[in-house]
Write a new protein. Sequence first.
Length: 244
Amino acid sequence: MNTKIDKYHIEIRGISVEVVRKDIKNLHIGVYPPSGRVRVATPLAFDDTAVRMAVISRLGWIRRQQSAFSKQDRQSQREFVTGESHYFAGRRYRLDIVEQNAPPKVWLPNNTKIALSVRPGSDRDTRESVIHRWYRQHLRGQLPPLLEKWETKLGVSVNEVRIKKMKTLWGSCNIEARRIWLNLELAKKPNACLVYILVHEMVHLLEREHNDRFRELMDTHLPQWRTYRDTLNRAPLAHESWQY
């Protein structure tokens, strides 16, 4: 199998485009947050002229995506102190720090506050790790019924779902291992966003590429997927140094 990968940049109509040549069948154009960076994954056989024509044919879509990212709300660096805003399951909450000599925990005392209990003197990183553990537990708790439902609907099986912080992807799928990765940030988004990303990655077990067949499968099994995608794209982005 040819594993050669070649990366470089070209400029097309004033847009810097990262070109990644690798052993794939179809060309794919992606626009990534937070600044709308454009990346083209292309088969080894495609020359720059073919890449330029593909990008030019999608210029309207690319510029709309970049415009949407430029308007998307972004949180500043979180310090995990009382009074700070944090998101959970699509809603904004006010953080309330409780210091006590007990194991750390997180809970929702009402529909406006996230309470974080930590030991006295706990630093920012410790508080962040406790919140992230709570987010991870929340996502883990949602997965079993979702997997059971969508494995049946799609006729596929998933060997494993893992959760981690990812800087440019909401999810990814290792098709050979039948392993799906989900971005921890999904815990902050409405449940529909988790459904969309999970189904999206599971559909890749039926179709590797983002082609017409992939979109047809999404339309068949999750007709409202574009609405869910738009909800995710409108949700505030975390403070990150985003890199691909």
